[in-house]
Design a protein around this ligand. Structure first.
Ligand SMILES: [Zn+2]
Length: 248
């Protein structure tokens, strides 16, 4: 028997046995996956709500991000680019992709979708000159409790796809604020502003901020403000997330 065929056959048999013992479920609809499916079933894959924001410099997310940016006096801010991989609303199973990575340690699965985000950004001309991929940082106590920063995991995959360095040394979150999950949009904006500190080395021309989900844009706007304090207006600051929340 062809050794490759035999290896594949063994892998399939092992997966079939493992699926019998503990079925793998679609992250979106919860249906058991068949042998050929990974993380997401074919039906949910066919309906995957891609935003296609990366295809255009101007889109709903970029408009919202730009509307939240506070520009320091004397700085001429150019229109910032922004893109997310997919849409979701509170009833959509697709939100599990971001939630499972953030709250349930589903890191391998999160990386699969983060890689997709990286691939679509890599195909967009306006993200081609990104020279620093910067994850939205967590305060160290939250990172310590969770064991990882979900934004950093996504940013790692995006950086690899773009061929740009992942920079976790540029932005930090020295101030811990109350949990944002329950706060309303306005309070959330006030809560987060001024929470980040930036230190940008010379020579960087295009920073891509990365987070898991774009909800109100207040976190990314606060990161933008911290970065803009350190870099002149001709250094571009863009944003990318896995998910974009629709119908807020
Ligand atoms: Zn499904």
């Amino acid at each position: 028997m062809d050794p490759l065929f035999s290896r594949l056959d063994l892998k399939t048999s092992c997966r079939a046995l493992a699926d019998l013992l503990m079925p793998r479920l679609c992250i979106v609809c919860g249906r058991p996956l068949n042998l050929r499916e990974e993380h997401i079933c074919l039906g949910c894959e066919m309906d995957f709500p891609y935003t296609r924001f990366w295809e255009s410099t101007h889109n709903a997310m970029a408009d919202e991000f730009n509307s939240r940016i506070a520009v320091p006096e004397g700085v001429r801010e150019r229109y910032c680019y922004a893109a997310a991989l997919f849409f979701y609303n509170s009833q959509s199973g697709y939100r599990n992709i971001a939630r499972e990575l953030k709250y349930n340690f589903r890191i391998t699965q999160g990386k699969v979708f983060a890689r997709r985000l990286g691939q679509v950004l890599a195909g967009a001309e306006h993200f081609a000159d990104v020279d620093a991929v910067v994850p939205v940082p967590l305060h160290w106590t939250r990172r310590w409790k969770r064991g990882y920063n979900q934004a950093e995991i996504i940013a790692g995959e995006v950086a690899a796809a773009l061929g740009a360095p992942l920079r976790t040394d540029i932005l930090s979150k020295p101030r811990r604020r109350s949990s944002q999950v329950r706060s309303n949009a306005q309070a959330r904006g006030a809560n987060i502003s001024g929470a980040f500190k930036a230190n940008v080395p010379e020579g960087i021309r295009h920073i891509l901020l990365v987070d898991d989900t774009f909800t109100t844009g207040s976190t990314l706007a606060a990161c933008h403000a911290a970065l803009r304090e350190c870099v002149p207006g001709d250094v571009r600051i863009s944003a990318a997330t896995l998910a974009f929340v629709r119908n807020r």
